[in-house]
Design a protein around this ligand. Sequence first.
Ligand code: PLP
Length: 379
Amino acid sequence: MKFGTKTIHAGIEPDPTTGAVMTPIYQTSTYAQEAPGKHKGYEYARTQNPTRNVLQQNLAALEEGNYGICFSSGLAAMDTILKMLEPGDEIISANDLYGGSYRLMARVYQKFGIKSHYVDMNRPEDILAKVNDKTRLFWVETPTNPMLNIIDISQVCALAKERGILTCVDNTFASPFLQAPLTMGADLVLHSATKYLGGHSDAVHGAVVVRDEKLAEQLYFLQNAAGAVPGPQDCFLILRGIKTLHLRMERACQNAAAIAAFLQEHPKIAKVHYPGLPSHPGHELAKTQMRYFGAMLSFELVEDSYDAAEKVLRNTQLFTLAESLGGVESLIGHPASMTHASIPREERLKVGLTDSLIRLSVGIEDVEDLIEDLDAALA
Ligand SMILES: *Cc1c(COP(=O)(O)O)cnc(C)c1O
């Protein structure tokens, strides 16, 4: 089955009791048993819920995996993966990471004796310099936020496999339509389904997909034991969003490419970060591991100041000034004062996150209107 067909059909059958074509929202916390311990596979809704089960099967198919495990948010999904580790274990992570992921490793798990190292993951020698016999997990995010760097998934996974280390890829920015990390050797794929999978900025949700049965058993155990499960209504919303994932992504990626080309020619723009531009350092790599180049981009102004950025941010009409990404609507944001404000300025500048850097999450509107909006704001 091809991707677009899977979004609509994989794991989804008409409801067995009523024939409902759309998966019902099973809004129940418990299930009747015929006799003590005799039930239809459902006992209590933290442990199993039919709406969630359908979504888990659908996600497993989209990511070319065997098991999907859903959570109440992307960070709850990550938290559950980190709970598989033991005190003393170590993580090697990309240094250009979603802020919340960094916070969970550095400020929560560090104090339980799980240490993380942050390196440029495109430099195998930098990764290997931090590997020791306690290394259990490589944490990869690609494309990265907000610099849109591309990390070579196959290369990182090969380094991990040779040493018996697990690799998790945060596939939120690409979505499974653009990139399938399990086919490149990753052991776990993480999603903030809040973003492209849901696609309509109306639900917070997370998921992990794996191929290995033993890993799946551990994750299902922790999903039930720690209990960060999503409600059935949110599972329904994500399932509904996924049905148009391929259409939304195609349009959003086309729009982003057109906007990147427009910005690159604009006299007030110093630099555009978009993997679809031949000048982007990750362009060739992105071609090999992604279907399209994504719908996120960032750019720097010639006048590199907070004030200059603020003028643009205050003056768009269609682009809404907001955090988050991946919805049908276009968003504009200022990482230095919003998503990445907790990172000290010197640290930010080291990874190229300048004061005037502006990030766009490009939606599926008509691109002529989006370009006109940016053009007016830049003027
Ligand atoms: C949003 C996001 C997360 C966290 O997901 P939540 O659903 O907000 O908990 C993790 N990784 C990336 C890349 C994200 O964009």
